[in-house]
Design a protein around this ligand. Sequence first.
Ligand code: CTP
Length: 402
Amino acid sequence: MLKGKKILIGITGSIAAYKIPFIIRLLKKAGAEVQVIMTPMACDFITPLTLSTLSERPVLVDFYDKGDGSWHSHVDLGLWADLYLLAPVTANTMAKMVAGIADNLLLTTVLSARCPLLFAPAMDLDMYQHPTTQNNVKRLMEFGYQLIEPTKGELASGLHGFGRLEEPEVIFQRIVTYLSDNKPLTGKKCLVTAGPTYEPIDPVRFIGNFSSGLMGIEVANALADLGAKVQLVLGPSSLEVSHPDIEVTKVTTSEQMLSACLKYFSSSYITVMAAAVADFKPTIVADKKIRKADKLSTLELEPTTDILTSLGKTKRDNQLLIGFALETNQEEAHAIEKLTAKNLDMIVLNSLNDAGAGFGYSTNKITLLKTVGEKITFPLKSKKEVAVDIVNAILSLKSQPK
Ligand code: CTP
């Protein structure tokens, strides 16, 4: 898979450095050449001996070898690499990268490297959420560096939140996809919806749902990883989208989501509607806050437009349209009904009866139902992995469009 590819791995001083040997093993198994550079602090977390044994190359820490005095050229290293992975990267190193500081070999090589750079932060949740760190992450992305976002979970400090280094298999896959010469969706446009919609009742209240937007965002990431230019129409969500090939249109109401989808649908090869769109909205939106004294006892609602059905009506033969079905009973029967009624090529069914599936979880358990009658059931996985399964199934639906 990676035969002949040259990969530089820069390791900084974070406890997550213990995960890097797994990445090196995966890369070596895939045929890549791996050169490790460490900051001096990183050597306190994992020994250079472990890393040089696995990478089959001496690990570089200093600008020159104190034994024989030989010089380690950051320029040569930068020219040698097909990809530079910084993992784990600390808040300190990111801040130095933004400032252009080059006070160690790892950082100096960042400035010399001509190849793509992927950076995978790992730190405690408050450090990662700090405005300075967040600004630095954004700046690094503006430089064209690709972020491998930390995940949520238990941290070395015992706290719980965002800051865990992404899993070695996922980082490895990102590298494979990035270096792959024939990405199947290169030059294709895709449309994805994600998140809830909010239907206002008055200036301070709305009808909404618990969707976080994560499933749709991961589908957008998986499509973009395969070379697609993705238009993501995102309802109110607190999640960040960092892929350089995803353009985000933020919307609030189902009506806004509908008009954004109508704008992008006709030029889109694959459309995946993962958003949890409200089915009803208040008939009248009060222009002033409704007071307790108003004694409101009922709320008159009217149906929203079914966006997916509208798109299904104008779908051409060279387009693929995929919907979601979140069900609580007679799951499969309801999903199949939607598949036909909405003129879809495939529907992603998740049942709220499955533990760990649906809103609010970072995992999901899906069944894919295709128009051709095929059904594939998957075990519980992270939403990132589920998104890859969905996109792989989409690619198997049809050959490339006319
Ligand atoms: N959908 C949509 N517009 C709506 C409602 C739903 O585009 N106004 C899309 C969703 O994005 C999803 C699919 O339709 O891809 C199915 O949504 P779901 O809520 O499961 O089903 P509904 O069609 O709304 O039917 P019901 O609520 O009766 O199950």
